[in-house]
Design a protein around this ligand. Structure first.
Ligand code: AQP
Length: 347
């Protein structure tokens, strides 16, 4: 019954990625994901970007805040360079194909696979009996988000690598179980100097929008003073910057700031080190703060401007959802046929 699985090369290149509107966008989301999203769009590839609000509710969200955060994230995407005419930009809950395929994938994915997901273990911590079932099933819905479009490439930060491996496993198992070559085996696209931006408070923890400490992250809504203050107060060690990237090996906080600088400046970490070797943090941090403000302030002001017209943001998301639906619906309808569901409604 099993047949060889198609490789991505046999499917047209299509990019899909998403961000949860579970808080304000952070510098981690920007450097690890959003900046890459814009680059892919500007390379002329077909790009579909989604605010994954159904993922956000795997942890309780205040409804009014969720709406606000979704609009704010959409404004962040557009302010960062996503053009809703060139990319499909929408919020997940407006296209029901995602949850329909998500359920089917719940029935394809194996408990053993899900139990190995480190992000679930990190997020659930010692409280795993009390977190939502949705948080556990989240990676199957993420696979559906991607495969509802037969996307071939997914730009993400390093933390999503394991979820994308699971997405590949689901595609392969579905293809094998039903004897079809239907879903592509997606390629993660994890690129750039800051694929894992760390907390400003602890260089061993990921910068995250849901970290209880606002000092741990830079938000895309932070003003210039706040950005400069947060960088000045970022945890570091007492040594100057080394003369090679290897010298950052056991210095997670120093490495993080160098990587952030590199990603913002469009340089490699080695180039940053070559320019700043021997510098104390008293000198490097103000240089980083100036760079961060120069790069982020135009995005923040544009977000603020866009947020003055929430109806226009909703209109853009609705139009994007119509375009997304037109791609995903026929794909999910074919899945129903493949798995043996009767589809006999008229109209
Ligand atoms: N610190 C980070 N460094 C690099 N990339 C990151 N991403 C997130 N944090 C970093 C990338 O941003 C995209 C969207 O992630 P998400 O919001 O859907 O979920 P997440 O990875 O769980 O991000 P957060 O900020 O930690 O959200 P919460 O706190 O709600 O769980 C992904 O491509 C991710 O890799």
């Amino acid at each position: 019954m099993s047949q060889p699985v198609q490789t991505p090369a046999t499917f047209p290149t299509r990019i899909f990625s998403g961000i949860q509107p579970s808080g304000g966008l952070t510098l981690g989301n920007y450097l690890g994901a959003l900046k890459r999203f814009v680059e892919k769009q500007d390379e002329g590839i077909e790009t579909i970007y989604c605010l994954v609000d159904m993922h956000a509710i795997t942890v309780w969200q205040d409804p009014a805040k969720l709406r606000q955060q979704t609009r704010e994230a959409a404004a962040g995407f557009i302010a960062a360079g996503i053009d809703p005419a060139r990319s499909v930009l929408f919020n997940q809950s407006q296209v029901t194909a995602h949850v329909e395929l998500g359920w089917i994938f719940n029935c394809v994915a194996r408990m053993g696979w899900m139990s190995r997901m480190t992000q679930f273990k990190d997020k659930a911590g010692k409280n795993s009996e009390n977190v939502s079932l949705g948080l556990y099933a989240y990676p199957a819905l993420m696979a559906a988000d991607i495969l509802a479009y037969k996307a071939t490439h997914v730009p993400v930060g390093e933390d999503q690598k394991q979820h994308l491996e699971l997405c590949r496993d689901i595609a392969i198992k579905f293809n094998n179980d039903y004897g079809v070559n239907f879903f592509p085996v997606v390629e993660p696209v994890i690129e750039g100097a800051a694929t894992r931006v760390m907390s400003l408070r602890d260089g061993t923890m990921k910068m995250s929008k849901s970290d209880p400490s606002d000092q741990s992250r830079i938000n895309l809504t932070d003003d210039a003073d706040t950005i400069a203050k947060k960088i000045r107060k970022a945890k570091t060690d007492a040594d100057p910057l080394p003369d090679s990237v290897d010298g950052l090996k056991d210095r997670p906080e120093a490495r993080n700031l160098v990587n952030i600088y590199a990603a913002l400046a469009g340089q490699t970490p080695a180039e940053v080190i070559a320019e700043h070797q021997g510098a104390q943090f008293g000198t490097f941090k103000p240089a980083l703060a100036d760079l961060a403000v120069a790069k982020l302030s135009p995005i923040t002001s544009e977000m603020t401007r866009l947020m003055q017209d929430p109806a226009e943001i909703d209109r853009i998301l609705g139009a994007g959802a119509d375009r997304a639906e037109a791609i995903a619906r026929p794909i999910v309808d074919q899945v129903y046929d493949i798995i043996g569901m009767i589809r006999s409604r008229r109209g």
